[in-house]
Design a protein around this ligand. Structure first.
Ligand code: TYD
Ligand code: MG
Length: 457
């Protein structure tokens, strides 16, 4: 009798383990995500024992904080997203589509850190030494103290990290790493999970800060880094339109700082350049004297960012009007168009509407509502909104404009960029002082806002 091979099934989206194949994952409800993998041996000896941690409880008061052990990379945008520099012994995952610039930003950071005298180990399982050298030359001067290691075998990597004891280590990418103790192929859920586990033990045990690169792919052909998000300290996503040059680094989990913080970069010939003033960047190339365009103010992390919202509303040629939303939530746009129809008496139901946040940035803060409403109303009636008007506020189903957080920061940003009038929810006025000579117009309803925005300056 043939010995039956022991296998289990893993959801490639969330890592759920099951004894039999299932069409839909009961944990994350993803369809067709199960793959068969050999059953792991009870991983004897995998992972190293944590050193230096006491095996008995200690008083919280006596525990020393890591706060002083942060290392600044020297790229303010990157440091901010990390919560103020790299924490010693932390494990950071950088996810993103292929070709978005994950290797580039990490190599740039590695060069900066090495130039400061840190010992960096850059481990690549994707590129050869010569390729990395070529890229490094494009990015700038080659510093001392930056070591390269092209390897995919985790056993060797562990040994090198243990003997070299670098301050910071980059592993590019986790999907190429394999642990001999796990039977399945590199990139599979159990390999990715096991490799991350080993790296985590190394980070915590030796106090090495480790950056892991993880690819995100559709259809789950490679195990997505979703599985890893629970295991690491910080998860950063690098996103942006491949065809636009700017990139946004976003923290979605951070044990050492606030999440939803963003860093804005621009991809140039010589690597990523920081964009310290995202508003100016987002507003460059605005059309002049065009209807259907208005500037809205959103808060990204701790920073206000001004973006241009564009709307094109045109009579529909079909029975069912077409609606698209680029950069904002489609359902939200439909809802706001219905509010315009019902509460402001605008005939939206016979019109196609295309809403776009210029620059390709993706946002879903409710404070953008008022901008979307104003842009759509302006396009439908073909009435231009003066260029130096900006607006923010959440719009409710009754057509009311509701308060949003950090109103003062938003108005200050508008003022800084030379806007002359800002339309704000009336409920926010209590916390708003007079700020310079910018005209602050409080509104209660979307209808009021439309008139206030279109008034000539
Ligand atoms: P890369 O960091 O290799 O992406 P990832 O590691 O996320 O897969 O980035 C590759 C892209 O960046 C590639 O399309 C070319 C572009 N790029 C530049 O435009 N300028 C540069 O200086 C570098 C190094 C890359
Ligand atoms: Mg890469």
């Amino acid at each position: 009798m043939a010995v039956k091979k022991k296998t289990v099934f893993f959801c490639q989206n969330c890592g759920y383990e099951s004894a039999k194949w299932m069409g839909q994952c009961p944990a994350c409800h993803e369809w067709n995500s199960f793959v068969e993998e050999p059953k792991e041996k009870a991983a004897a000896g995998s992972g190293i024992r944590r050193r230096g941690t006491a095996s008995k409880p200690v008083l919280l008061r006596d525990v020393s904080s890591l706060e002083n052990e942060r290392t600044l990379v020297g790229m303010p945008e990157f440091d901010r997203v990390l919560g103020g520099g790299i924490v010693k012994g932390s494990l950071v995952l950088i996810g993103g589509d292929p070709g978005i610039g994950k290797s580039t930003i990490l190599l740039q950071a590695a060069e900066l850190l090495a130039a400061k005298g840190k010992k960096i180990l850059y481990i690549s399982g994707e590129e050869s030494l010569a390729q990395i050298r070529m890229r490094a030359e494009r990015l700038g001067a080659i510093p001392d103290g930056l070591f390269l290691f092209c390897e995919t075998n985790l056993g060797d990597i562990r040994e090198v990290i243990e003997t070299e004891k670098p301050d910071i280590c980059v592993v590019d990418s986790i999907q190429t790493m394999f642990n001999e103790e796990v039977a399945s192929a590199p990139g599979s859920v159990s390999q990715v999970r096991e490799s991350t586990n080993v790296l985590m033990m190394l980070a915590k045990g030796l106090g090495v800060s480790i950056f892991i690169v993880g690819h995100v792919t559709k259809e789950g052909a490679v195990a997505g880094p979703r599985v890893l998000e629970h295991m690491v300290d910080t998860v950063l996503y690098f996103e942006g339109d491949r065809y636009a040059s700017y990139r946004i680094l976003r923290a979605v989990k951070n044990r050492f700082g606030s999440t939803n913080e963003i860093g804005v970069f621009e991809m140039r010939e010589a690597g990523l350049a920081e964009v310290p003033n995202p508003s100016e960047y987002m507003l460059s190339g605005r059309p002049e004297h065009a209807s259907g365009s208005v500037v809205a103010c959103t808060i990204e992390g701790t920073r206000p960012v001004l973006v241009e919202i564009q709307a094109l509303v045109a009579r529909t040629a079909f029975g069912v009007p077409r609606r698209t939303a680029a950069g904002c939530d489609y359902n939200r746009v439909n809802l706001l168009l219905a509010v315009l129809e019902k509460r402001c008496g605008l005939d939206m139901s016979s019109c196609d509407a295309y809403i776009n946040i210029a620059g390709g940035i993706r946002l879903n803060e409710p404070a953008l509502d008022l901008g979307i409403v104003l842009a759509a109303a302006s396009s439908l009636r073909d009435i231009e909104i003066p260029e130096s008007v900006c607006a923010f506020g959440e719009v409710g189903l009754a057509g009311e404009v509701r308060a949003v957080g950090q109103a003062e920061n938003r108005v200050r940003e508008a003022k800084r960029l030379g806007f002359k009038r800002v339309i704000v929810p009336r409920a926010n006025m209590a916390g708003l002082k007079k700020i310079g000579d910018i005209e602050i117009v409080p509104v209660e309803t979307a209808r009021e806002a439309i008139f206030a925005a279109e008034k000539k300056l």
